[in-house]
Design a protein around this ligand. Structure first.
Ligand code: ATP
Length: 449
């Protein structure tokens, strides 16, 4: 399939504008869900009624042409974006949240669907990696501020020439030749986040970063420009990469470009680190294991893997660099510590009993358990984890509550912790199976004079 730009936007065309509109219309009809088509129709009608030019842009257009599902509608208004978003929210009975400074809004519909609305804008970078200065602009300047040609196409939704593809930078050609190209040579200098984005899209779609682009990337890396990114932006990009389906391909590519040095120079210093991460990938790919482990946060498990062999000082430094919240930092710290302890315990004996299995896993997050399975090259820990998930997790909590203990005449205090531990252990061993048996155990062990 080949598209052309709208004739008034670019001169060389081989197809007529009507022909392109017809093709795009049929892609929309055949590839998008009924809901999204309904949203687009309403956006078009509202734009025409208010006499403003509206465009669908970015990843939405890229994924439509690639036939990749994408629920996010990204639209740009040539004019005032925020009032348009307010009207749209009224029309759909949704909510709108706006950022005056950037002229952007998010419209959230009652079913949770989102439409991003932006004012067409031009961006300037005062210095590398700074947040850009934003000014109102045309669709052309809005597309020129974007990262890659494949992300810089738009579909006009309003006016007489609606449904033409606007493609100033040959994005559609790059989609066909499967290339990641930037729009200008300073792109990775202006915004080093694009180093990570280039890898993300390259690996997600099986594209290739252009040869020139690789040189531009290495220049930006050599100048250490990633160091000037805020922790939040850097973490966000890394999290997105670790959440990609082909995580290991992304990680290997980041390693090729030596991008982990900007989080910590110690990452991948351990000889086993890569092997453990590869085992992690095979766990996520295994249908059978996926059912048992449920839905862990994939990015977190990989981050735990990247941080695992760092010593405490390097770990804290890396966490600070990524500006991790205290909650994530604490959780990573605990999982690192408990993974080490549990690995030692579970592998130091030939066979472990129910209590040992329970205690080895109970202190870990689900993500920590998945990582613990990957840490060992044998199947043993995996088998223990299966026992934990299927027999103990959430199934051995005592029936009795603190109130029950009070009613039974116990004095509140640290003793409650002992009682609950005893009840839990009895449940794990199978010596207690009901509320009545728990009451009997408490009376026998804690209330008898
Ligand atoms: P995904 O499918 O991962 O959400 P996306 O292309 O929709 O991909 P977003 O991060 O939602 O990615 O960004 C939407 C659009 O905004 C992109 O397609 C791109 O045009 C533009 N964009 C996002 N981040 C940048 C950036 N750092 N520099 C330039 N343009 C960007």
């Amino acid at each position: 399939m080949k598209f052309c730009v709208a004739p008034h936007m670019k001169t060389s065309t081989t197809h007529s504008n009507t022909e392109i509109s017809r093709t795009l219309k049929s892609l929309i009809k055949n590839r998008l869900s009924k809901d999204i088509i309904r949203y687009l129709e309403s956006i078009t009608q509202l734009g025409d009624r208010l006499n403003v030019s509206i465009y669908a842009v970015g990843g939405f257009v890229r994924d439509l042409i690639l036939n990749v599902p994408n629920k996010d509608i990204d639209i740009v208004v040539e004019g005032e974006g925020i009032p348009f978003a307010v009207c749209l929210a009224e029309l759909f009975g949704g909510k709108v949240k706006s950022h005056e400074k950037f002229g952007t809004s998010v419209v959230t519909l009652s079913n949770g669907d989102r439409i991003d609305v932006a004012t067409a804008r031009t961006e300037y970078y005062k210095h590398p990696a700074a947040l850009p200065i934003v000014e109102k602009g045309s669709i052309k300047s809005d597309l020129f501020r974007r990262d890659f040609t494949v992300n810089s196409m738009a579909i006009k939704l309003t006016g007489s020439n609606a449904f033409c593809l606007i493609d100033f930078f040959d994005g559609e050609k790059d989609l066909r030749s499967r290339k990641i190209h930037v729009l200008h040579s300073l792109s990775f200098i202006d915004d080093p986040c694009r180093l990570f984005r280039a890898i993300r899209f390259e690996q997600r779609f099986g594209f290739e970063i252009g040869r020139q682009e690789q040189v531009f990337m290495r220049t930006s890396i050599k100048k250490n420009l990633v160091d000037s990114l805020s922790g939040t932006r850097l973490f966000n990009e890394i999290k997105l990469l670790l959440n990609e389906k082909k995580t290991m391909d992304c990680i290997r590519r980041m390693q090729e470009f030596d991008l982990f040095q900007f989080v910590s120079p110690e990452i991948f210093k351990g000889s086993q680190d890569l092997e453990v991460l590869e085992r992690l990938e095979s766990i996520f790919l295994s249908e059978e294991k996926r059912i048992v482990i449920g839905k862990p946060k994939v990015w977190y498990v990989y981050l735990l893997g990247l941080f695992y062999s760092l010593d405490e000082v390097a770990f804290l430094k890396a966490a600070k660099r990524l500006d991790l919240s205290n909650r994530i930092k604490k959780s990573l710290h605990e999982d690192r510590t408990h993974c080490r302890q549990s690995l030692k315990k579970l592998t130091s004996k030939n066979e472990c009993g129910p209590l040992e299995i329970y205690h080895a896993f109970a202190k870990l997050s689900v993500e920590g358990i998945v990582f613990l399975i990957a840490l060992s090259s044998t199947n043993r820990i995996n088998q223990y984890a299966n026992i934990y998930f299927t027999q103990y997790q959430g199934r051995v909590e005592p029936f009795l509550t603190g109130n029950d203990l009070l009613k039974m005449g116990m004095e509140p205090g640290p003793v409650f912790k002992f009682v609950f531990n005893a009840l839990r252990e009895a449940r794990i061993k199978g010596s207690v199976k009901s509320r009545e048996e728990e009451i009997a155990l408490v009376e026998e062990r804690f209330l008898k004079p």
